[in-house]
Design a protein around this ligand. Structure first.
Ligand code: MN
Length: 501
C-alpha cells in the first residue's frame, strides 16, 4: 500500500534584506503559520515543512540543491510575502530538479480599511512580489502551477493537495522499474514506443522478461502459501461453489492463486512498481493471469495488458496520486458501445484484469473459459463498478512528444443485470457526449487502454502532465470538435518548436 505521509513538500518564502530585521521576523512568523496550517490541512496528504525565509541568491541556490538531494522531498511551495527581486532566483531555479507550485496568497485576508498604513503595505506585498517571481518563471519557461487565493481557503488547500499528489507520483516514477513479461501483442501500434526516450523524460525503466523466468517463480510457490491465499479469497469474495474445496474446478482456483503468488514474489524480489503481461506469451502458465493482476493492482501496482507499458506506468502514477482517497483506480479498456439514441454510453472492461478497488459490492470469484490465449479457463473477480464522476486517461507517443488525453465521464448503473458477462465492468457516459468525446479521443490518437479512476480529477492528471513535460488534452463539458482539432494542430507545432525555446 502507498503512504504519502512519508513525503515532504518544502514551504519556501522569498524576501530580501531591504526591509530590516523586524519585518523579516514577521515574515518568518507568518510563513511558519501558513506552513503549519497547510501541514495540518486534511486536503494535503504530505508533510509540509517550513524552510527559513530566503533573502539572497546564495540561499536560494543552496535550498534548491538541498531539495534536489533530499530523498523524501517531492517539491516546493513558493511564496513571496514581500518583494523578492527575481534575478536572485535564476541560479536556484535553473538547478532545481523538483516540481514547484507558486502559491499566490497574502497573510492578511482582508485590507484593514480603517487602520491600514505604509507598514502594512510594506509587509503585505505578495500582490506585486509574486508577480516579479512569476515573471522569472515565465522568462525561464519553467512549468509550474500557480494557485491563487487566501491560504486558509478550502479551494486553495485543495488545489495544493492535488498538486502534492501529482508531485508524489512524479517522485515515485523516478527510478521506478516496470517488468514486461513477454513483449508486445503482435502488430499492435499504440502499446509500442521508445522506452529509452520515456526513461530519459519520465524517469522509469521498462525491461522485458521471458515468461519462463516468471514460470520458474510461479512453480516454486508452496502449497501452504496457496492454501493461505485461497482462505483470503473465501474471506474477501463471494466464491463460486465449483471453486470451493471439493468443487470440480478447485484446481483452477489453486492455479490462479499460484500465479498470483508467483507474480508477487517476482515483483517484490525485483523491486518493481508495475508490470505487463500478454496473452500471446504464456508458455508454462496454466492460465492467463487475471485474478493476480486484479489483486496486485488493488495493492498499488501499475498494470496493463498486452505489453502496454505506458499504461502500466500511468496506472501506477494514478495509484500513487489517489492513495487514501475514496473511489478506486484501475486499468481499463473501452470495450463496447450502447448506441441507443436515448443515452449512448460505453461499457468498459477487459478480458479479465480490472482492479477490484472500483467495485461497488463484494466481487464474485468465478472461472470461465476464455476464447483467447489457448490456455485453461482463468479465474477472475467479477463485479460492477461504483457509479459517479470518473476520468479516463491515456498516454500516447506521437513520435516527437508524449501526449496525455483525459476524458471526464459519468459512471452509471447498467440498464439491466448482465448475468452472462463474466468480467468486471463499468458503464459510463463521456462528457460532453459520446459522439464528441469519441471523435476527439480518436483525433487525438488516444489509446484503447486507459487508466480509469473514480478518485482523481482532471486537475491531478494535468498537474502530473506538466511535471512530466507532456502535452495535456482535456475532453470535458466544454469540448467542441472544431476548437479541439485546432488545439491539436497548434500543439503539434508547439511541441516541435518547444525544443528550441
Ligand atoms: Mn487490451
Amino acid at each position: 500500500m502507498i503512504n504519502l505521509e512519508q513525503f515532504e513538500v518544502w514551504f519556501v518564502t522569498g524576501s530580501q534584506h531591504l526591509y530590516g530585521p523586524e519585518t523579516l521576523e514577521q515574515v518568518t512568523d507568518h510563513s511558519q503559520a501558513i506552513a503549519r496550517a497547510l501541514n495540518w490541512s486534511d486536503a494535503i496528504p504530505v508533510t509540509v515543512v517550513f524552510k527559513p525565509v530566503l533573502t539572497t541568491p546564495d540561499a536560494v541556490h543552496q535550498l534548491c540543491l538541498e531539495a534536489n538531494a533530499a530523498r523524501t522531498c517531492v517539491g516546493l511551495i513558493t511564496w513571496m510575502h514581500t518583494f523578492s527581486p527575481a534575478k536572485m532566483w535564476i541560479a536556484g531555479l535553473r538547478a532545481l530538479q523538483k516540481p514547484f507550485v507558486h502559491l499566490h496568497t497574502q497573510f492578511n485576508r482582508d485590507i484593514p480599511w480603517a487602520t491600514i498604513d505604509m507598514d502594512f503595505m510594506n509587509l503585505n506585498q505578495s500582490a506585486h512580489g509574486d508577480r516579479e517571481f512569476g515573471f522569472i518563471g515565465s522568462r525561464m519557461r519553467l512549468e509550474r502551477k500557480v494557485v491563487v487565493g487566501h491560504w486558509q481557503d478550502e479551494d486553495v488547500q485543495s488545489s495544493l493537495g492535488v498538486w502534492a499528489r501529482a508531485a508524489c507520483a512524479w517522485h515515485d516514477a523516478q527510478g521506478a522499474r516496470f517488468a514486461r513479461f513477454g513483449d508486445n501483442m503482435r502488430e499492435v501500434a499504440v502499446t509500442e514506443g521508445d522506452k529509452v526516450a520515456a526513461q530519459m523524460q519520465l524517469g522509469y525503466s521498462v525491461n522485458g522478461y521471458g515468461v519462463g523466468d516468471l514460470v520458474r517463480v510461479v512453480n516454486a510457490v508452496s502449497d501452504a502459501e496457496i492454501d493461505q491465499l485461497v482462505q483470503e479469497y473465501q474471506d474477501q469474495y463471494v466464491v463460486a461453489p465449483s471453486l470451493r474445496a471439493g468443487g470440480e474446478q478447485q484446481t483452477a482456483l489453486r492455479d490462479g492463486a499460484r500465479i498470483e503468488a508467483g507474480l508477487r514474489h517476482f515483483l517484490e524480489q525485483g523491486g518493481f512498481k508495475g508490470f505487463t503481461t500478454t496473452f500471446e506469451d504464456l508458455h508454462g502458465l496454466a492460465q492467463l493471469p487475471g485474478l493476480g493482476p486484479q489483486r496486485l493492482m488493488a495493492e498499488g501496482y501499475g498494470f496493463a495488458a498486452e505489453g502496454d507499458w505506458k499504461t502500466a506506468a500511468l496506472v501506477r502514477a494514478m495509484k500513487v496520486m489517489s492513495a487514501g482517497l475514496d473511489g478506486g483506480t484501475s486499468f481499463m479498456e473501452d470495450y463496447t458501445y450502447h448506441l441507443n439514441h436515448d443515452g449512448p454510453r460505453v461499457l468498459g472492461a477487459h478480458m479479465l484484469e480490472i482492479c477490484p478497488t472500483i467495485a461497488a459490492d463484494k466481487p464474485s470469484l468465478e472461472v470461465h473459459p476464455l476464447g483467447i490465449g489457448g490456455k485453461a479457463a482463468p479465474v477472475r473477480l467479477v463485479f460492477d463498478s461504483q457509479t459517479g464522476p470518473a476520468i479516463n486517461a491515456s498516454v500516447v507517443e506521437m513520435g516527437n512528444h508524449l501526449r496525455m488525453i483525459v476524458n471526464l465521464v459519468g459512471v452509471v448503473p447498467a440498464d439491466e443485470p448482465l448475468p452472462r458477462l463474466p468480467v468486471a465492468r463499468a458503464v459510463w457516459i463521456p462528457q460532453p457526449d459520446l459522439k464528441t468525446a469519441a471523435a476527439a479521443w480518436i483525433y487525438a490518437g488516444g489509446a484503447h487502454h486507459t487508466g480509469f479512476s473514480l478518485a482523481l480529477t482532471a486537475e491531478h492528471l494535468a498537474d502530473f502532465a506538466e511535471m512530466a513535460g507532456m502535452e495535456f488534452l482535456l475532453i470535458d463539458q466544454d469540448t467542441r470538435l472544431s476548437a479541439f482539432k485546432k488545439e491539436l494542430r497548434w500543439n503539434d507545432l508547439y511541441y516541435h518548436l518547444a525544443r528550441g525555446l
